[in-house]
Design a protein around this ligand. Structure first.
Ligand SMILES: [Zn+2]
Length: 293
């Protein structure tokens, strides 16, 4: 998005480095070749006009600004199609029984992308594309989307509000971009806005009290995660106080929930996380619990 931008390729390099130095890389079945998402899969959550618009404004050189924070370069559309395609591929692998859990280490992120609008560094709503694919192609009848990014997943909320098959649980710092999620959420949305400087302990209490009873009652057959790591105390994009142990704890709640209801099936996808060291350490903590490593 430009050399100054926090949503940068170094994020994925930092994660790869930490996977190697932590020793988990050799226990992970890593796939670097994924198929780009199909138009059919995108059209389950995005509009035809929006897909045409993105193709039209995609620059052949330089950058095109879709909003003051979000830029396309000549390769952005291809990257976004592979990011969404990775989540679709992960859903296929998990629903096909090839693996119980998957982490999609992708960018650009997705949870702010609306049906007909790119925003907040996001173009295609990767987790939503994957969830819609799971329901349409694999016949998943009850699905949970858990979003622990510091920002509210406004795009995902718009796409699944009032869809009784989907239960979406999130906490997010409020007020903070995109300043959504507090006015009349649909009954299938469990939104917990939290104040700046909330601690990891406070977040754990919220998850235990607000998320888990709803998730247990929903009995999801598949759990999808919008895994943003910008609620980390070292990440300046927000002002929350989570650390690696909190991400491991949250992941453990989800893995145990999946073991009870979903045959262990969890598909997680990277959203935010901009302090490179904190991001990489947190992703590894998340993956260790996901993969029971
Ligand atoms: Zn975020």
């Amino acid at each position: 998005m430009g050399s100054w931008h926090p949503e940068c390729p170094a994020r994925l390099d930092a994660i790869s480095d930490q996977m190697l130095s932590s020793g988990i890389a050799s226990y992970v079945n890593e796939r670097t070749r994924v198929k780009p998402v199909t138009r059919e899969a995108l059209l389950r959550v995005h509009s035809e006009q929006y897909l045409d618009l993105l193709a039209r404004v995609s620059p052949s050189e330089g950058h095109h600004a879709v909003d003051p924070d979000t830029f396309m370069n000549p390769k952005t559309l291809d990257a976004a199609m592979h990011a969404a395609g990775a989540v679709v591929g992960a859903v296929d692998s998990v629903m096909g029984g090839e693996t119980a859990t998957a982490f999609c280490c992708v960018r650009p992120p997705g949870h702010h992308a609306l049906p007909d609008q790119a925003m907040g560094f996001c173009f295609f709503n990767n987790v939503a594309v994957g969830a819609a694919h799971a329901m349409a192609v694999h016949g998943v009848k009850r699905l949970a989307i858990v979003d622990f990014d510091v920002h509210h997943g406004n795009g995902t909320e718009v796409m699944f509000s009032n869809d009784p098959r989907v239960l979406m649980c999130s906490f997010f710092q409020h007020p903070l971009f995109p300043n959504t999620g507090i006015d009349n959420p649909a009954p299938n949305m469990v939104n917990v806005p939290v104040a700046a400087y909330s601690s990891g302990a406070a977040i754990r209490e919220i998850i235990t009290r607000e998320w888990m009873p709803r998730l247990e009652a929903h009995r999801p057959e598949l759990i999808m995660v919008s895994a943003g790591f910008d609620a980390h105390r070292e990440d300046d994009m927000g002002q929350l106080g989570l650390v690696e142990a909190d991400y491991a704890w949250i992941t453990r709640q989800l893995v145990e929930l999946a073991d009870r209801h979903a045959q262990g099936r969890v598909v997680s996808t990277l959203e935010g996380g901009y302090n490179l060291s904190a991001l990489a350490r947190s992703v590894v903590a998340h993956m260790r619990v996901l993969g029971k490593l």
